[in-house]
Design a protein. Structure first.
Lengths: 285, 364, 286
């Protein structure tokens, strides 16, 4: 079972076969999706009709519209990017503050508040979306009906989507940053004070650089999670459709290789982001 | 108060709840001294050091550094630097940036900073190491970087919080000597706290022995060893044998003790004389014990004991013997002068009473 | 630091936290609970009542879907654990050096694509005109196109796929921290593979197992895309009904009630899981 305990040959063989099967299972759907982004056929299925970049580049003149000429998908991509940006900023900021709050301060009721902080992790994403919709959109409805005041920010739209995503992404960011802060030796801050730094300078010159890898990691994670989120987003989205929702609507109409093209683009984008974030955090570790 | 002293404290008190971790401590450290505070863990020495560095505030008493009162000065404005127990080198900065950190806070221009960093690195024996990462250095090198980081600021006072504790034995021996040389070379006043008496003895000009928040004795190492003022110091500093008995008589500063098996021994009376008939302890160092068979001087006090074991350890070889239920250790010289002794053999242990100390019992 | 400054910095840090928790979590959920007890009498008059919950219990379609979703989520979680454990064990204990890092990275790969993309990939593979069907025909094992999509097995394949990463990572983390001497001692004292696994390894890995199971269960229970896109006509998922109430029928009161029920179900199962395994949420998640 471990390397120092002898194993029989067939056990080893079986284990290896299982591993291979597992990783094939992991890779298959994504590989297939990626490959069919280049199939020269109007429908993503066999047989293979040859390689084409039409699903990215076609301008609609030959009956095919590639991703880079598909205005609705491009604008959805832009909406998603803006949402992800604000979610990242808000979640990482909250994560830093919460990490300091829970790792460095002592106060009454801390244990209870920590559990509250974890709460969004055990609430299904749909419910997070629904509750925010009911509360804020309901409030906007009531305000309009009772006083004629239009609270448009609280109507389904980008603001609500950002709020809904921040609800649980902030918890994840907090956990990532707090884990790093826990490994910080508070003596380092004392050393900085001892060498003549004020508490604020000590925080920015010693503590923050220490947290940086986790902040970047949390930011990359927040961006990806926001970009890919569907369950919370779909309840809160308004006329500006984010990418996942737009893709879902397309998929219901029927699949075309343009969807494969978008999917591959997303995979490459996320992979790059993940690699960059991991590379950065390894440099600073 | 001492005008030329670098550090002067009067009646410092720091309480945690009802327990006084530092209990009316006064100290006066002249400029350029290596001053050690020696005590077992939990004696309050770390608390005292944190009061000096400004990470904690005294409940009573004053701290003066070069004549200036420090009580309300925050840690970043005190002319005091500290080498932390685990060194606290900033892991996100290079060696050079670590050392330059304090200079940068003093707004020293970059060019001057570079030359001062280079110079101090040379002084601690790490020339050209500016761009290394603290994580790549050996334990001894990290130690030196931590020292350089403080010394480059030319502090009035350097506090050291058991910085050698994390090193292995051999390196520790080497660093002890090196620290002493560095202190002499820089001329900075060092306040060094430790629980390791050998560190304190080897390096210090003055040692304060601390127990339960109070100073038991402040003296140069030799005096501590030869003239312990209290039974605690006698027992804590250096190896010592303790013989418990009853005080019979005092004559010319020499006390006569009757041990529980009836034998009588003599030793010089310590500072506090217990009344006749009270319990008392006699302390005698292993190297002061002479094995029987050698020519005994008449004034010597002697005792019969039975050998339980011989413990060979090179120059530190010892004999373990038992007398009236008490275990005694005597040094066994390895120059061939010691007799060969078997387990259970009866032996006579003798000593010059002037080298033994008698204190009232129970105090240690 | 004096007491005044300490209090000030505490409040400074506490305020954003409280705003987040109160405005985005507590108030919205309380409001959802409130709305679920409302009954719409006309377009602008509301009354209090239990009608929404009565509907749930009288309409067998609702509670059948509810039970089905719960049971299938539990089953998916269990299956994910079974599949992930040997993989995590291999990565944490048997693989060495580069292989180890690469394998771990490979487990993270599906996470780089969103749930929608992953589901889409499975659709391309499993549907009637999909790859598996074509391959089967090419191999001569099937005469005509085979539909493998739109059934419960397909849904579970997709759900397990979504959850794997969240099971493997905590398992690897806990197993990695285990001292191999523990296992050696287990064998040395006369244990075999099975007893050592049961009495040494599993108790050690319990925090990781529980953490992985909670996350996978929550994801599965709350998932929408996979069951919708891969499930058949009979494999409705409870989240789907919440969506329908809110998006299609604009019946917020009924939707809120269904939401509360889903939340209660997930809370009870997470709580039970923690109790049965003797773990605490703080230890498992924090």
């Amino acid at each position: 079972m471990i390397r120092s305990v002898p194993r029989s040959r067939w056990f080893d063989g079986l284990y290896l076969a299982y591993l291979v099967a597992f990783f094939v299972y992991l890779a298959l759907p994504l590989t297939v999706t990626a490959v069919f982004a280049f199939n020269d056929a109007p429908f993503p299925s066999l047989p293979w009709k040859g390689f084409t970049l039409d699903w990215y580049l076609a301008d609609g003149s030959a009956g095919r519209t590639g991703l880079f000429h598909d205005d609705s998908l491009l604008s959805a991509l832009w909406v998603s990017t803006r949402i992800a940006f604000w979610v990242t900023v808000a979640s990482v900021a909250l994560g830093c503050v919460n990490a300091v709050l829970f790792e460095r301060l002592e106060f009454r009721g801390k244990e209870f508040l920590y559990l509250l902080m974890l709460l969004p992790l055990v609430i299904p994403g749909v419910i997070l979306g629904v509750s925010i919709l009911v509360f804020y959109s309901g409030m906007a409805n009531d305000a309009s009906r009772l006083w004629g005041v239009e609270l448009d920010v609280f109507r389904p739209g980008m603001t609500l989507v950002v709020m809904g995503q921040v609800t649980f992404i902030a918890t994840l960011a907090t956990l990532v940053i707090a884990a790093r802060l826990r490994k910080f030796d508070p003596q380092l801050e004392e050393a900085a004070l001892n060498l003549g730094a004020t508490p604020v300078v000590a925080w920015f010159t010693v503590t923050l650089p220490w947290l940086m890898p986790s902040i970047l990691g949390a930011a990359a994670m927040a961006f990806l999670m926001s970009f890919e989120n569907f369950n919370t987003t779909v309840m809160l989205t308004g006329s500006d459709t984010p990418l996942t929702v737009a893709l879902f609507n397309r998929l219901r109409e029927g699949s075309t290789p343009v969807l494969n093209a978008v999917a591959l683009l997303l995979m490459v984008g996320s992979a790059l982001l993940a690699v960059v974030a991991m590379g950065r955090s390894r440099d600073n570790a | 108060m001492g005008i030329e002293s670098d550090l002067f404290c009067s009646n410092l008190v720091r309480r945690f709840g009802s327990n006084a971790a530092v209990d009316h401590v006064s100290l006066d450290v002249p400029a350029g001294t290596f001053f050690s505070i020696l005590g077992p863990s939990g004696c309050g020495k770390t608390t005292l050091l944190r009061l000096l560095a400004g990470f904690d505030r005294p409940d009573e008493g004053d701290i003066h550094i070069r004549g200036a009162r420090m009580n309300d000065v925050p840690p970043n404005r005190r002319p005091v630097n500290m080498v932390f127990q685990h060194l606290a080198l900033f892991p996100t900065m290079s060696v050079g940036d670590n050392i330059g950190y304090g200079l940068k806070r003093q707004k020293v221009p970059a060019a001057e900073r570079r030359t001062r960093i280079a110079r101090v690195l040379e002084q601690v024996g790490l020339p050209g190491m500016e761009n290394r990462n603290p994580g790549e250095l050996s334990g001894g090198q990290r130690q030196r970087v931590a020292l350089a980081r403080c010394l480059v600021l030319e502090p009035t006072l350097l506090l050291l919080d058991e910085p050698l504790g994390a090193l292995d034995l051999k390196l520790r021996e080497q660093m002890k000597i090196e620290l002493k040389h560095l202190q002499k070379a820089f001329g900075t006043t060092f306040v060094y706290i430790t629980h390791d008496q050998s560190e304190a003895m080897v390096m210090s000009d003055q040692v304060a022995v601390m127990k339960d928040g109070r100073f038991e004795q402040v003296a140069p190492p030799e005096e501590l060893y030869r003239e312990p003022a209290t039974p605690f110091v006698a027992g804590f500093v250096g190896d010592n044998n303790r013989l418990a008995g009853e005080l019979m008589a005092v004559q010319d500063g020499l006390a006569e003790l009757r041990l529980d098996d009836g034998s009588q021994v003599r030793g010089r009376l310590g500072q506090t004389a217990p009344p006749i008939g009270e319990r008392a302890d006699l302390f005698i160092r292993p190297e002061s014990l002479v094995l029987g068979g050698e020519a005994l001087r008449p004034e010597y006090s002697a005792l019969r004991a039975s050998v339980t074991a011989t413990l060979f350890d090179g120059a530190n070889s010892r004999l373990e013997a038992e007398s009236s239920g008490q275990t005694l250790y005597a040094r066994l010289p390895q120059d061939g002068s010691a007799p060969r002794l078997r387990e259970g053999a009866s032996v006579q242990l003798a000593w010059d009473p002037m080298l033994a100390r008698v204190f009232a019992a129970g105090a240690a | 630091m004096n007491a005044g400054a300490g209090r000030l910095s505490l409040w400074l840090l506490l305020t954003p936290f409280l705003l987040w928790i109160v405005l985005l979590v507590l108030l919205p959920h309380l409001q959802m609970l409130r709305v679920s007890f409302q009954v719409r009498e006309s377009w602008d008059t509301l009354a209090w009542g239990l009608e929404q919950y009565q509907n749930f219990f009288t309409e067998s379609y609702y509670w059948r879907t509810f039970v089905r979703t719960g049971v299938m989520s539990l089953f998916t979680t269990f299956l994910t654990l079974l599949i992930a454990f040997p993989i995590a064990w291999y990565i944490a204990r048997l693989a060495r050096g580069r292989a180890r890092g690469l394998l771990f990275l490979a487990c993270l790969v599906p996470f780089w694509a969103s749930e929608l993309v992953r589901t889409y990939g499975w659709m391309i593979l499993l549907r009637e005109s999909g790859l598996f069907s074509s391959w089967l025909q090419a191999l001569g094992w099937a005469d005509g196109p085979v539909e493998m999509l739109y059934n419960d097995v397909a849904v579970i394949i997709g759900l397990v796929y979504n959850g794997l990463l969240f099971m493997v990572v905590p398992l690897v983390t806990t197993l990695d921290g285990m001292d191999e001497n523990l296992v050696e001692a287990g064998y040395d004292l006369g244990g075999n593979h099975l007893t050592v696994l049961r009495e040494v390894v599993v108790p050690w890995a319990m925090p990781g197992i529980v953490s992985g199971c909670i996350v996978v269960f929550m994801l599965t229970l709350g998932s929408y895309l996979t069951p919708i896109l891969m499930g058949g006509k009979d494999s409705a998922w409870f989240t789907e009904q919440i969506f329908t109430q809110f998006i299609t029928r604009f019946n917020w009161e009924q939707g809120a009630a269904l939401g509360v029920l889903l939340l209660v179900l997930s809370s009870i199962i997470v709580w039970l899981g923690l109790k049965l395994s003797g773990q605490s949420l703080r230890k498992v998640m924090g």
